[in-house]
Design a protein around this ligand. Structure first.
Ligand code: CAA
Ligand code: NAD
Length: 302
C-alpha cells in the first residue's frame, strides 16, 4: 500500500492506480486526464466495442492537446502521447482488475440500484485500502455506499463534461467518510490538475442543484411556447455569456442522464412542480434521441 503524508500531516492514500468503471463520455474523459497525469488507469465497461471506442476517443483528444501544447516540440509531444496511452488498459471484468487498485471510480448509468450492485460486488473483492467513489450527478452518495462495508472509504468525486476542459471537481464526504479518504480524494483531484470544492451529500451537490432547475425552467419555457429553443439558447449565450444555451447543454450532458436525474428528484419530491415530468424530454428519450452521443436530441448532429 502506497501511503504518504499530506501537507496538513493528515494521512492519505496516494492514488496511483485507478479503476474507472464506465467508458462513456465521463469515464473516458476522467481516464484521459488521469492517464495524462501519470496514473495507471484501467477502464471498465460492459463490452469491448465500447472500450475500443473510448480508447480511440482518448487518443484523438490527446492528439489535439499535444498538437497545441507541444507545437514547438513534436518529439516531446509524441513521447507524452505514448506515455499517456500506455497508462490506459481496458477490461470487461471489474472484479478481476481491482486487486492493486487504490481507487475505484464509477461513471456508469445514473441508476441507484445498478450503482449499488456494482459497488456491493466490488466491496467483496477489492483490497481493504481501496477507496470507492461515485461520479453521480444527482444520487445520494450515502445511498450508493450503503451496499458496501467500507462507508469510511467511500466518497463522491463529481467531474464535469467535457472532463479534460472543465476545471472543477466536487468532492463529497458523507457523514461516514473518513478524513483520510476525503484528503485522498482532494489530493487526487489536485494531481489531475483540477480545482476542487467540498460538498455535503445533498441532492445535486452545488453545481447541479443550481444548474438543473435552470435547464428545466428553459424546457418548460419552450413547452409553453414562450420562446423557441434556438432563441432561448442564443439569449442565454449572448445575454449571459454562457458557453452553451440550455438546450445545447442538455444535448451535451445527455437527455437520458437528464431524465434519470429528473425522475429521481421527482420521486423524492413528488409535490415539487420544478421536477414535474416534461413531455418533450420524455418523448425524445423514448425515441432514443439522447443528444450529441446518439446524433440527435433537441438538435441534430449528423
Ligand atoms: N479533450 C480535450 N480538449 C478538448 C475536449 C476534449 N474532450 N473538448 C474540447 N476541448 C478543447 C479544445 O481543444 C479547445 O481548446 P483551446 O481553447 O486550447 O483551443 C477548447 O476545449 C474549446 O473547445 P472548442 O473550441 O472545440 O469548442 P468551444 O469553444 O465551443 O468549447 C466547450 C466547447 C468547452 C464544451 C464549451 O462549449 C463549454 O464550456 N460548454 C459548457 C460545458 C458545461 O457547462 N459543462 C458542464 C455540464 S454539467 C455537468 O457536467 C454535470 C452533470 O452532472 C450533468
Ligand atoms: P454514458 O451513457 O456516456 O456512459 C455510461 C457508460 O456506463 C456506458 O458506456 C455503459 O455501457 C456503461 N455501463 C452501464 N452500466 C454498467 C455497468 N454495470 N458496468 C460497467 N459499465 C456500465 O454516461 P455519462 O454521461 O458518462 O454518465 C455517467 C455517469 O456520470 C452518470 O452517473 C452521470 O449522471 C454522471 N455524470 C454525467 C455528466 C454528463 O454531463 N454527462 C456529468 C457529470 C456526471
Amino acid at each position: 500500500i502506497c501511503r504518504g503524508l499530506s501537507s496538513s500531516a493528515v494521512r492519505h492514500v496516494v492514488i496511483k492506480n485507478v479503476t474507472i468503471i464506465g467508458g462513456g463520455q465521463m469515464g473516458a474523459g476522467i481516464a484521459q486526464v488521469a492517464a495524462s497525469t501519470g496514473h495507471a488507469v484501467t477502464l471498465v465497461d460492459t463490452n469491448e466495442d465500447i472500450l475500443k471506442k473510448a480508447v480511440k476517443g482518448i487518443e484523438g483528444n490527446l492528439k489535439r492537446v499535444v498538437k497545441k501544447k507541444f507545437a514547438d516540440k513534436p518529439e516531446a509531444g509524441e513521447e507524452f502521447l505514448q506515455k499517456a496511452m500506455q497508462n490506459v488498459s481496458i477490461s470487461t471484468d471489474a472484479g478481476s482488475v481491482v486487486q492493486g487498485t487504490d481507487l475505484v471510480l464509477e461513471a456508469i448509468v445514473e441508476n441507484l440500484k445498478v450503482k449499488q450492485d456494482l459497488f456491493g460486488g466490488l466491496d467483496k473483492v477489492a483490497p481493504a485500502h481501496t477507496i470507492f467513489a461515485s461520479n453521480t450527478s444527482s444520487l445520494s452518495i450515502t445511498d450508493i455506499a450503503s451496499s458496501t462495508n467500507r462507508l469510511d472509504r467511500f466518497g463522491g468525486l463529481h467531474f464535469f463534461n467535457p472532463v479534460p476542459v472543465m476545471r472543477l471537481v466536487e468532492v463529497i464526504a458523507t457523514s461516514s467518510t473518513s478524513q483520510e479518504t476525503f484528503d485522498s480524494l482532494l489530493n487526487f483531484s489536485k494531481m489531475l490538475g483540477k480545482t476542487s470544492v467540498s460538498c455535503k451529500d445533498t441532492p445535486g451537490f452545488i453545481v447541479n442543484r443550481l444548474l438543473l432547475p435552470y435547464i428545466l425552467d428553459a424546457v418548460r419555457m419552450y413547452e409553453r411556447g414562450d420562446g423557441s429553443k434556438e432563441d432561448i439558447d442564443i439569449a442565454m449565450k449572448l445575454g449571459c455569456g454562457y458557453p452553451m444555451g440550455p438546450f445545447e447543454l442538455s444535448d451535451y450532458v445527455g437527455l437520458d442522464t437528464m431524465k434519470f436525474i429528473m425522475d429521481g428528484w421527482s420521486a423524492a419530491n413528488p409535490d415539487n412542480p420544478m421536477f414535474a415530468q416534461s413531455e418533450v424530454l420524455n418523448k425524445l428519450v423514448a425515441e432514443g434521441k439522447f443528444g450529441k452521443k446518439t446524433g440527435e436530441g433537441f438538435y441534430k448532429y449528423k
